[in-house]
Design a protein around this ligand. Sequence first.
Ligand SMILES: Nc1nc2c(c(=O)[nH]1)N[C@H]1C(S)=C(S)[C@@H](COP(=O)(O)O)O[C@H]1N2
Ligand SMILES: [Mo]
Length: 224
Amino acid sequence: MAEADDPKVTLLGRVKEKLIERKQEWAREGRLLTGTWASPEQRLPPGQRLVRDWPVLDLGVQPNVPLSHFRLDLDGAVENKARLSWEAFLALPQVESVSDMHCVTQWSRYDNHWKGVAAHTLVALVNPTAEVRHVIFHSHDGYTTNVRLDQFDQPDVFLVHQWEGKPIPRQHGGPLRILIPRLYLWKSAKWIRRIEFAVADRPGFWEVRGYHNNADPWLEERYG
Ligand SMILES: Nc1nc2c(c(=O)[nH]1)N[C@H]1C(S)=C(S)[C@@H](COP(=O)(O)O)O[C@H]1N2
Ligand SMILES: [Mo]
C-alpha cells in the first residue's frame, strides 16, 4: 500500500488485510451471483437490494486531505497535463446531478444528489491523445481502479464534492471522489489524487483480486 505522498495528508486507520482476503475469497467462489441479468430500464440491477443509509466501504484507511493541500493531477498520454488546487478545481464549471449507486456487496441507493465537475470537462481540459483508451484512478489510500475512457467520458460521470447539499464526508471519500453511477461502486474511487489517461489498461486494486474488469451491474459483472 502506498504512503500518502503529501506529508500534510494523514492516513487514519489500518489496512484490514482479513477483510480484503475474505472479499477475494468471495470473488473466487462467485458468491452473491444470482446468474441473471437485466436491461438498464429495470432500475434495480439483479441481485441488489435497496438501502436507505449509505454504507462505508474501504480498505480500512481513511485519508484526511486538508483543502489547503488538495492536489488533483491529470496526466498520462494527454496534450495538457494539469495539477489542480482546490480553488482551481472549484473554478471549473460546477453541475448538480441525481443518480443511483450500486455496490457489489448487493446494496443500492437511489436518488443521490451530487455536485461536482463533469468528466467531460476534465477530458476536454487535458485533451487525451488519440491512442488513449483507459483511465486509471489513483487515490490517497493507495487504492487504484480502472475504467475505459468511453465509460468515464459519459454525461452522468462526475468528480463530486457535495452530497445532499453538504461536503462529502471523509469516510465517503471527501473532499473529492469519482462517481460512475452505471458501474459497480468500486470503480468510483474515493479520495482521488490522480487521474491517469492511459493507452494500455491496468487493472486496479480489486480487479487484480478477482473483481470484474468491466463492472456492469445489469450484467452482474461482479467477478471476472
Ligand atoms: N480510495 C478508495 N476508493 C474506494 C474504495 C477504497 O477502499 N479506497 N473502495 C471502493 C469500494 S469497494 C466501494 S463499494 C465504494 C464505497 O463507497 P462508500 O464508502 O462511499 O459507500 O468505494 C470504492 N472506492
Ligand atoms: Mo465494494
